[in-house]
Design a protein around this ligand. Structure first.
Ligand code: PGA
Length: 253
């Protein structure tokens, strides 16, 4: 499988001109790159401007979705709407959504179900805070988040589509303090173990691609793929600089 490199632009940039510049620079930089699948997740308001620009190795994603398809849900965007503007991927349960917008396991579970139903590839984010890590709760937090997110989602449903799980320790996000490769590898195995218990199959768990996210840049990105053996990256800050982001990808390919 090609590594999946996801750019999470978060609430950036400020205007469409800047968004177009960034998107086009990345697209140019990725010409001839075939050994990675790259997904750009811009803010909702910019996505439709890029719907006809995705290509074989550059796809579009969203940072969130709402679980209902249409109706009186002020301020929300549905997965069906995202499909209509050619989004193929969607980030679900990012820690910033959990923290600032009160997303809990039940909501994340509904979002995941909606995404799978619509054949949007979900990238489920999980990860512990600094405090939880210090208290030795990392594994139990991952277990709670993964079990909650996957509740009543059948193996068949996931198998038909792709589900990506991003290990994103909250303490590493936007802090410049990335998780080291060995620890990321270990957490990848912990996640696979949790999945294998839920679905009673080691074989199935092996097939779930695990991404790492949290202070990834062009220097350390390659380590999570080549040393830690993970299947992809979720990149925040470093994806806002086209040169840095393209460099990161080029090193991996
Ligand atoms: P960061 O963000 O790369 O800026 O740490 C990663 C993320 O939140 O997905």
């Amino acid at each position: 499988m090609k590594p999946l490199i996801v750019a999470n632009w978060k609430m950036n940039p400020l205007n469409l001109a800047q968004a177009k510049r960034l998107f086009n620079s990345v697209k140019r930089g990725l010409k001839n790159i075939k050994k990675a699948e790259v997904v750009i997740c811009p803010p909702f308001v910019f996505i439709s401007n890029f719907q006809n620009l995705s290509s074989n190795n550059l796809k579009l994603g969203a940072q969130n979705l709402f679980w209902e398809e249409i109706g009186a849900y002020t301020g929300e965007i549905s997965g069906a709407m995202l499909k209509n503007i050619k989004c193929q991927y969607v980030i679900v349960g990012h820690s910033e959504r959990r923290r600032y917008f009160g997303e809990n396991e039940e909501m994340i579970n509904k979002k995941l179900k909606a995404a799978l139903e619509l054949k949007l590839f979900p990238i489920l984010c999980v990860g512990e805070t600094q405090n939880e890590r210090e208290k030795g709760e990392t594994e139990s937090i991952l277990k709670k988040q993964i079990e909650g997110a996957l509740k009543k989602i059948s193996r068949q449903k996931i198998e038909k589509l792709k589900l990506f799980i991003a290990y994103e320790p909250v303490w590493a996000i936007g802090t410049g303090k990335p998780c080291d490769f060995e620890e990321a590898q270990k957490m990848g195995l912990v996640i696979k173990k949790i999945i294998s218990k839920i679905y009673n199959s080691i074989n199935f768990a092996q097939k779930i691609p695990i991404l790492y996210g949290g202070s990834v840049n062009s220097r350390n990105g390659i380590g999570y793929i080549k040393e830690a053996g993970l299947q992809g990256l979720l990149v925040g800050g470093a994806s806002l600089n086209a040169k840095e982001f393209v460099n990161l990808i080029r090193k991996i390919c």
